[in-house]
Design a binder for this molecule. Structure first.
Ligand code: CTP
Length: 418
């Protein structure tokens, strides 16, 4: 038998580098997802120690999780491999967090009562409560999830200091459909990374625009651009990781919504302006990453424009679109600083001069310049931050890493101003 589970190299610069996670599995069909979760944690640089209950071993073998984690799995409180025979103490003392995924309804009830008749529950109870956070990813049938006992247990566990990561919704292994599925491994990973991120934007409400806009010519044609929306989605994710409440107004893009972010889909620049104006009163930060079309056809035909056989192209007239960023930056809350406005500038040349001129024209305290054709659709970018004092480069990196640097910059400016 060959085992090739560790073919993907852990990322030393990953989002969980240096973190040690104890991954606890209780009994449930979602144990199959724990294998992928274990792998994802390791890929992000974490070390993972797996602990399984007897019920979990009915669903997945310790061999699989040992191969994926690269460490022997613990299943019993009577494990003589530990010199002092106190696995529950030793394992919990070295953890940066204990993550129970899946956490069954029964295991939640057990945790709630502080019962400790197997290694995993014993270890959760024995953990230093102020130093080792407990994260719970529930997984159960929809009726079990909706049951008042489970909801009561969840509320109590959360007030006892545990972090409940929520559940997914959809088709369940039992054949029913509803709430209670364990979150998917990429969702859990995003939540765990967010959990460890310092909450520098706590209490802020960040409004982000992202992607292109689509300006209709007729029912089947329109004008758009090559913006992928990736930078804006990364900003939304980074702001949520930093503890902000985030609303993302997105043009037509095919990207999944970052965890915990409220998304409003729009098509045209006018739709985007309307959505932004509706959300703006509650926002404290506005980040305009969208590549808004500068013009739209003066009128959109109700029916498809057909060739008339003359060989002549139709004459299209254009109207300028509203400038969403300038509208907010020039609003009373924008001018007073109650709404901190950040613009982006997609330029093709003379980045510094063009971007600085744009910053002044739009009246924003901070503008982020980048070379449009060099970034559209890519996962990385290089940025230039410009304010009234001058400019600073952010070296080429992934859009998520740049978004996190930008969020840190925004947070420190708000703090200074406040
Ligand atoms: N922007 C906006 N509404 C518009 C046009 C742009 O909110 N109608 C915002 C963008 O989201 C970005 C900034 O303004 O944050 C600059 O966008 P950019 O396309 O680089 O500049 P333009 O204003 O279109 O200027 P120009 O076409 O002259 O470069």
């Amino acid at each position: 038998m060959t085992k090739q589970a560790n073919e993907e190299v852990p990322d030393a610069g990953g989002d969980l580098a240096g973190r040690h996670i104890v991954l606890g599995l209780s009994g449930g069909i979602a144990c199959y997802k724990a294998a992928e979760l274990c792998r994802s944690l390791i890929k992000q640089g974490a070390s993972v120690q797996v602990v399984m209950t007897e019920a979990a071993e009915q669903f997945i073998t310790a061999v699989t999780l040992q191969a994926l984690s690269g460490r022997p799995v613990y299943t019993s409180q009577w494990d003589s491999r530990e010199a002092n025979n106190m696995a529950h103490i030793n394992l919990s003392r070295e953890a940066d967090a204990i993550l129970v995924a899946p956490c069954s309804a029964d295991f939640m009830a057990k945790l709630l009562h502080g019962r400790a008749d197997d290694l995993l529950s014993l270890m959760c109870l024995a953990r230093p409560i102020d130093k080792v956070p407990l994260l719970i990813a529930p997984a159960m049938n929809r009726e079990m999830w909706a049951h008042p006992a489970t909801q009561r247990n969840m509320a109590q566990l959360s007030s006892d200091g545990a972090t409940i990561l929520g559940v997914g919704s959809g088709f369940q292994a039992c054949g029913e459909t509803g709430d209670g599925r364990m979150l998917e491994p990429p969702e859990l990973l995003e939540d765990i990374i967010a959990f460890f991120t310092p909450k520098v934007l706590a209490g802020q409400h960040v409004l982000v625009t992202a992607g292109p806009t689509y300006e209709a010519i007729d029912p089947v044609r329109g004008i758009t651009n090559l913006s992928s929306g990736k930078m804006g989605f990364a900003v939304a994710r980074a702001a949520r990781e930093a503890g902000a409440q985030v609303t993302l107004v997105a043009g037509p893009v095919s990207l999944s919504t970052p965890r915990g972010v409220t998304r409003i889909d729009v098509k045209s620049a006018q739709n985007m302006l309307e959505a932004v104006m509706q959300q703006a009163p509650a926002a404290t930060v506005f980040v305009a990453t969208a590549a808004v079309a500068d013009w739209r056809p003066a009128s959109s035909a109700e029916r498809k424009i057909k060739k008339d056989g003359s060989g002549q192209a139709p004459q299209l007239a254009f109207t300028e679109n509203p400038d969403i960023l300038a509208t907010l930056a020039q609003s009373p809350r924008g001018l007073s600083g109650a709404l901190f406005c950040v613009g982006f500038a997609a330029e093709s040349h003379d980045l510094k001069d063009n971007a600085q001129a744009k910053r002044r024209r739009k009246g924003v305290p901070l503008l982020v310049g980048n070379i449009g054709p060099a970034t559209f659709g890519r996962d990385d970018n290089a940025l230039l931050l410009l304010d009234a004092q001058g400019s600073r480069e952010l070296a080429r990196a992934s859009k998520l890493s740049l978004a996190r640097q930008l969020v840190a910059e925004i947070a420190s400016r708000i703090k200074r101003a406040g």
